[in-house]
Design a protein around this ligand. Structure first.
Ligand code: 3UK
Length: 526
């Protein structure tokens, strides 16, 4: 087998992937397209008017890989990317991989405290950031005892990534690697507040692209992808980058906050065929469609993930737009979606059936499989599973056991093989498809001098989507009121990522507690 190639074998009707012994995943995702005649095809279009061809992409990936090597970053060292959705995201991610470095895309909505933790935890050699985020990034660097050797913006100043790319060589040989070698990391939030570096290998993007992208979505070269979920999420990374690159398709990048209006404008201008959103955004779009029309006629299929899609949103979307939304569950650890509805096989209100290449077990507390129709903890096995959490053997041993991954979700499989989401096994919330720790919001609120105690729980809004609700005990109960609510809201928005504030504040006399003083959250959930 030639170096850096993947073979797709069909064994008893199922596809199996085999990888060349020398395998750097940048070759099939980037360089292969030049050999296959796509050099002049536009692969990236952005809302800033940038257009990049496959040839331009391959050249800039090489230049960026060389620019990073020119900084003396060593093989296996981490490059933190706090980068908005733009062409440089692609250059940096694939340039690092091709050069044998480990790119680590990070959520651009986080705050200085979060970045300081991630930069320290990763022991990275470089931090590269879009100028928009320089305030939080610089504040994070100020909090660190030891700064990473290289911290640079993508553009705007001398020494930015763009200027280094322009000056670097356009020739780069792929660093030798194997399909099982570490390739990139993604940070996933934990219930205790510290995010965990999830270590993925070269094989994982191929597995997700072939088994979900090709076999479930039926993505083809002609498709144009638009993901409202950003590239730094595993969901967006597959939707807006990996899947289109796997089949030689193209992608549309939008670098600001996705709103119903900006999504409509982007779809009308760039005419994507595949649109990927999250339930909260679909619900907001439906609300806007009550008064404003939108031309979605280019779209052949919509996808939803991140949190459960209520059947009501699926039905209303289909009624209003004529389009189908495929709900599927994925995770950062599995890289992308492993249970999904299909274009011709949908049960609204469920996550659908197994994606080929993945297996599920639903087990009770003693790890015994439960019968169909009963709920239990969802464990998944598949070829795109992360190898470990960085620097966290305890959490790795608890979550990844004999090739199986504990998702932390409670699920039920019905007798037709459809998986029904029944909630989390921990206190973590998914808000607009993004992890949100109630403990982190509580810690922020108790910093406020008027707050004595607080418990944050998830509460469903009118669309059936979970948002944080704060139950607060005040030092002086007489202080409760709209003015204090506004003050507490401002306090939360100041130090937390913008999606992490409580949508409701309840002032209460006391919190329900056990005899040992532990807050009984289940009594607060409505
Ligand atoms: C929850 C869902 C019900 C579930 C993700 C698509 O969300 C992604 O990854 P994360 O690591 O979160 C994983 C957790 O989110 N969840 C995700 N999708 C659904 N719950 N229905 C769904 N459709 O708790 C899961 O354990 O942020 C989604 C692709 C890649 C991803 N990483």
């Amino acid at each position: 087998m030639q170096d850096h190639t993947v073979e797709i074998d069909v064994l008893r009707g199922n596809e199996a992937l085999s990888f060349a012994p020398v395998f750097n995943v940048a070759v099939p995702f980037i360089d292969r397209h030049l050999l296959e005649g796509r050099a002049d095809k536009v692969v990236i279009r952005t809302n800033r008017g940038v257009e990049v061809t496959y040839a331009g992409l391959a050249e800039n990936v090489n230049r960026c890989g060389n620019a990073l090597l020119d900084l003396s970053i060593e093989p296996g060292e981490r490059v933190i990317m706090i980068i908005k959705d733009c062409a440089e995201f692609f250059y940096c991610f694939w340039g690092a991989i091709k050069a044998g470095l480990i790119p680590v895309p990070v959520n651009t909505l986080l705050r200085a405290k979060d970045y300081a933790y991630i930069i320290g935890d990763s022991g990275c050699a470089a931090v590269i950031y879009s100028p928009e985020f320089s305030g939080e990034v610089e504040a994070a660097l100020d909090q660190l005892d030891v700064r990473p050797p290289h911290c640079l913006p993508t553009e705007g100043v001398d020494g930015s990534l763009q200027t280094l790319i322009a000056a670097a060589s356009a020739d780069l040989k792929p660093a030798p690697a194997t399909a099982e070698d570490d390739c990139f990391w993604l940070y996933s939030s934990g219930s205790t507040g510290s995010p965990k570096g999830t270590v993925h290998c070269h094989r994982d993007m191929v597995v997700a692209s072939q088994f979900y992208g090709v076999q479930v979505l039926g993505i083809q070269e002609q498709d144009v992808c638009f993901s409202a979920a950003k590239l730094f999420f595993a969901y967006g990374l597959g939707n807006g980058m990996t899947f289109p690159l796997w089949v030689g398709a193209s992608t549309v990048l939008y670098d600001a906050r996705p709103t119903p209006q900006s999504v409509s404008e982007t779809i009308e201008q760039f005419k994507p065929t595949l649109y990927y959103g999250v339930p909260t955004l679909y619900a907001a779009q439906l609300q806007v469609f009550e008064t404003e029309s939108s031309d979605l006629s280019s779209v052949r299929l919509c996808v939803s993930a991140g949190e459960a899609l209520p059947a009501d949103i699926f039905n209303r979307w289909r009624h209003k737009t004529g389009l189908t939304i495929l709900d599927g569950i994925g995770s950062t650890e599995l890289l992308h979606i492993f249970i999904s509805n299909r274009i011709d096989d949908i049960k609204p209100g469920t996550s659908g059936r197994m994606v080929p290449g993945y297996e599920a077990r639903i087990v009770d507390d003693s790890s015994e499989e439960v019968p169909d129709g009963e709920s239990g903890q969802l464990w998944i096995r598949g070829g795109s599973t992360a190898r470990c959490y960085w620097n966290n053997p305890e959490k790795t041993a608890k979550t990844m056991v004999n090739g199986w991954l504990d998702t932390g979700d409670t699920y039920l499989k019905d007798n037709e093989g459809y998986f029904h989401y029944c909630g989390r096994n921990d206190d973590m919330l998914k808000v607009g498809g993004i992890w949100c720790s109630p403990f982190e919001i509580e810690a922020k609120l108790v910093e406020h001098p008027k707050v004595l105690e607080v418990a944050v729980v998830g509460r469903a809004d009118t669309a059936g989507l979970i948002k944080p609700e704060a139950h607060i005990v005040l030092h002086d109960p007489a202080a409760a009121g709209d003015a204090l609510t506004a003050e507490l809201l401002a306090h939360c928005k100041q130090g937390l990522a913008p999606y992490k504030y409580p949508r409701w504040f309840q002032f209460v006399g006391e919190l329900p507690k056990t005899a040992t003083g532990k807050i009984q959250r289940f009594k607060l959930r409505s």
